[in-house]
Structures are given as structure tokens and as C-alpha cells.
Design a binder for this molecule. Structure first.
Ligand code: UD1
Length: 417
């Protein structure tokens, strides 16, 4: 298994570039199943999670090709509506094929995703919504069997804001007869991006950017070409790297409006920010100020930046409190950061982070995608050398993170194992 060996490297400066958003591309790939023919997605980075979904789409009968940041998906011959355990267990987002398969083929057999390092993560909201649209759902031998001759539009109220359930239901409802209305829908930029893609294919979805979405069923969808939005979580990770640096760093190719909750917190921590087109320059403060964080659905502070922001707070001048209301158990990184001599205490689901003068290099283990990004940032600011093992987690969602960070002054070496 590959490892990162990271030497203390806090003097970052220059331009770092953001790739396309994994969490927008995954549903876009699944949505291509809905429009028979060849769709093309551009600005697609080379990520393990995207390869896993590409593999699944091929199993289902699609032709998927990837070259130079463009992915083409030809879904003309999609005929095998099954997502096997080996693939779904590698990546939960494989559940995104459920809605499109039921909508297009009238049936799907998708392995139950199960838990993961950041909590139990049920899919009950996805299933309830599909049932409300008229599908019959049976759970058998670890698989979800869904069937529907024709889905029928209806009103669906989500108990909780869920990105995945909102997107899966949108994809199921595009072919449903009549009108479907989703209440308490998620408003993340990745939901908006999926709506844009589906509407470009010929769907009729209104309410983008609000918690109420209305879908008028259509009879046909057509393949499209679309540029994918920049990854706000990768951008946010690099902005936090800039905040931890001793010199200004410019993060290029961001969509500022997707990053507002983080930008506010960076300012509160003492950073100054400058904007030029799609670029954001972060100038770090002399002394990082403590800032409290409460993660919430968009437009609240994103859970996917919680671990990285915790690293910034490890070096703040005082105590900050960090609570994750989206995934309350998402604190696996805390024990690893404490190995680097951070001072973080957990009180139920709240981390109290007492800033220390410096972190100290050690061997740590990545536990999930965003926690591993946090450990990379921590390794860069820690004195001496830090080894981060199990970095396959980071390759799931960051394209060549070490090359990108090294280009602005980090000292990260990949040891192939
Ligand atoms: C997506 C993102 C993930 C991000 C998360 C929250 C992808 C591929 N992943 O995950 O990076 O951390 O949004 O922004 O886009 N829940 C239920 N029942 C359900 C579904 C969700 O109770 O059926 C709960 C979850 O356990 C969690 C909350 O709802 O507490 C939000 O989860 P959700 O927005 O669905 O996350 P994902 O779509 O899985």
C-alpha cells in the first residue's frame, strides 16, 4: 500500500489548480444511463472513485472511455440492471445507479452499501422516495431489489437534507408520469450541477438552488456534453493549506459562491482573501485565531472540510469547538492528529481543539478520504517527518494531491508499496 512521507514544508506560495468536482461527476455519470447514446463529461480528473463507477457502468452495459480529462459514456446498450457487492462496497455512491436504472429499465438490483468509516450512513431516504414514486422495494440477501412498470410523480418530503437521496430521486423522477415535488431537498452545488445536466438532456426540473424542486416527467432524454464544476472541497483543502502557510497561496479555478461558508471562517481565523476571476488568494495571518465550526447542509459549513479545518485550529491561539451535525461520528482523524501532538479532546460529538505552538511529525494512518487530506496538511506543518499510510483513501478523491501541493512548495513523497 502506498504511503506519503512528508517533510515539514510550511513556506507554500504560488498558484495551485483545482480539478473537476468528484461529487458532481459521480451523479453525472449515473445520469448518463438515462439518455440512450453517447454523452461526454469534461473537466474530469483521474480519480479512483470515478474509475470504480466507470467499472460499474460497464458491468451494466455502458461503454465508458476516459482520455485527457474527458469521459464519454455510451448508454445505448444498457441492459443489465445490477450493481454487485464488490463495487458498491468499494464506493457508496454506486447507489446512484438505482434511480436511473429503475427509471429507464423498470428494475434494479443494487447491493446494500453498508457502513463506512464516517458513520452508519443509511439509504432509507433513497428507498422511501423511490417507493413513493411507485416502485416496489424488497431487501434480500444484502441486495435492494427495486421494480416499477412506470414511476408516477408525487409529493415527497425528506425527513433530513440528503445530497444522495435528493439526486437519486431527481434521476428517478425525470421519466415519472405527471409532476413530482421534492420538499427539504438538498441545495449543495452538486445537486444544482445534476439539475443542469438533466435539464440539458431534456428534463424539466425547476426550483434549482432552493429546498423545493419540481420535476415534470418527460418521455425522452438525449445525450449531452457538459463541463463539470470545480471541486469545492479540493479548493477548500488548498485554501486551508494556504491559511497554514507562511506566504500567500492562490487557488485557481474556484467557484467563489460555492465556498462562502469556508471563506467566512478563514477570515474569522485572521486570513485575508483577494479575488480575481476564478482565483482566490489567501494570505495567512501572523497568528491563527480560534474559530468554532458547526457543519450543516449547504449553505452551512461542509462536513467534507471539517477535518482539514480542524488542522488549522490545531495551531490557533486559543480553544475552538468543532461539531459535525451531518456525520456526528466523523472524528477518526482526531486520534491521529493527537499522535502529531495536537491537543484535541472529544466530549461526545464535539471536538475541543486547544491550539499548540507546533505539531510534531510521527507515523499516522488515513481512515477516510477527507481525514487523509487533513493528515497531509498536518504533516506539512509538523516539525520533522510524518508518514501517512493507507493513502489509497486520498487517491479516491484527490487527483495527484502530492504533485499539486509540491508545485507550491510542499515536500511530499509517495512511497509505492
Ligand atoms: C454526500 C457526499 C459526501 C458528503 C455528504 C454530506 C457524495 C458522493 N458524497 O454524501 O462527500 O460528506 O454528501 O455533504 O456526494 N442520511 C440518512 N438516510 C439516507 C441518506 C442520508 O439518514 O437515506 C443521512 C446521513 O447519514 C447523513 C445525512 O443524511 O447524516 C446527510 O447525508 P447525505 O447528504 O445523504 O450524504 P451522501 O449523499 O451520502
Amino acid at each position: 500500500m502506498d504511503k506519503f512521507i512528508i517533510e515539514h514544508s510550511r513556506e507554500l506560495s504560488g498558484n495551485i489548480y483545482v480539478s473537476g468536482a468528484k461529487n458532481a461527476i459521480l451523479p453525472a455519470m449515473a445520469a448518463c444511463l438515462l439518455a440512450p447514446g453517447k454523452s461526454i463529461l469534461r473537466n474530469v480528473p483521474n480519480l479512483i472513485d470515478l474509475k470504480t463507477l466507470a467499472h460499474l457502468l460497464r458491468v451494466i452495459g455502458a461503454r465508458v472511455e476516459y482520455e485527457n480529462g474527458s469521459m464519454s459514456i455510451d448508454s445505448k446498450d444498457v441492459c443489465f440492471p445490477e450493481a454487485p457487492y464488490e463495487l458498491v462496497s468499494k464506493m457508496r455512491a454506486s447507489i446512484y445507479v438505482l434511480g436511473p436504472l429503475v427509471a429507464r429499465l423498470g428494475k434494479a438490483r443494487v447491493s446494500f452499501p453498508g457502513g463506512c468509516a464516517i458513520g452508519t450512513r443509511p439509504v432509507d431516504l433513497h428507498l422511501k422516495a423511490l417507493e413513493a414514486l411507485g416502485a416496489t422495494i424488497e431487501i434480500e440477501h444484502g441486495y435492494i431489489n427495486a421494480k416499477a412498470e412506470k414511476l408516477v410523480g408525487t409529493d415527497i418530503h425528506f425527513d433530513k437534507s440528503s445530497v444522495g437521496a435528493t439526486i437519486n430521486t431527481l434521476m428517478a423522477a425525470v421519466y415519472a408520469s405527471g409532476t413530482t415535488r421534492l420538499f427539504n431537498a438538498a441545495m449543495e452545488p452538486e445537486v444544482d450541477s445534476t439539475i443542469d445536466l438533466l435539464n440539458k438532456m431534456g428534463a424539466q426540473i425547476s426550483g434549482k438552488g432552493t429546498t423545493t424542486l419540481e420535476i415534470h416527467g418527460v418521455d425522452d432524454l438525449f445525450p449531452v456534453e457538459m463541463n463539470m464544476i470545480p471541486d469545492r472541497i479540493e479548493a477548500g483543502t488548498f485554501l486551508i493549506a494556504g491559511a497554514l502557510s507562511t506566504k500567500p497561496v492562490t487557488v485557481c479555478g474556484c467557484q467563489k459562491e460555492h465556498l462562502m461558508p469556508l471563506l467566512d471562517k478563514l477570515r474569522e481565523a485572521g486570513c485575508s482573501l483577494a479575488f480575481s476571476g476564478q482565483d482566490i488568494t489567501v494570505t495567512p495571518p501572523d497568528q491563527i485565531k480560534p474559530v468554532n465550526i458547526l457543519t450543516l447542509p449547504h449553505p452551512g459549513f461542509p462536513t467534507d472540510l471539517q477535518a482539514q479545518f480542524t488542522v488549522l485550529m490545531c495551531l490557533a491561539d486559543g480553544v475552538s469547538y468543532i461539531e459535525d451535525t451531518v456525520f456526528p461520528d466523523r472524528f477518526m482523524h482526531v486520534a491521529e492528529l493527537n499522535r502529531l501532538q495536537a491537543n484535541i479532546k472529544m466530549d461526545r460529538n464535539v471536538a475541543s481543539v486547544k491550539g499548540v505552538e507546533k505539531l510534531s511529525g510521527a507515523e499516522v494512518m488515513a481512515t477516510d478520504l477527507r481525514a487523509s487530506a487533513a493528515l497531509v496538511l498536518a504533516g506539512m506543518v509538523a516539525e520533522g517527518s510524518t508518514t501517512v499510510s493507507r493513502i489509497y483513501h486520498i487517491d479516491r478523491g484527490y487527483d495527484r494531491i502530492e504533485e499539486k501541493l509540491n508545485s507550491i512548495g510542499a515536500k511530499i513523497q509517495r512511497e509505492i508499496g
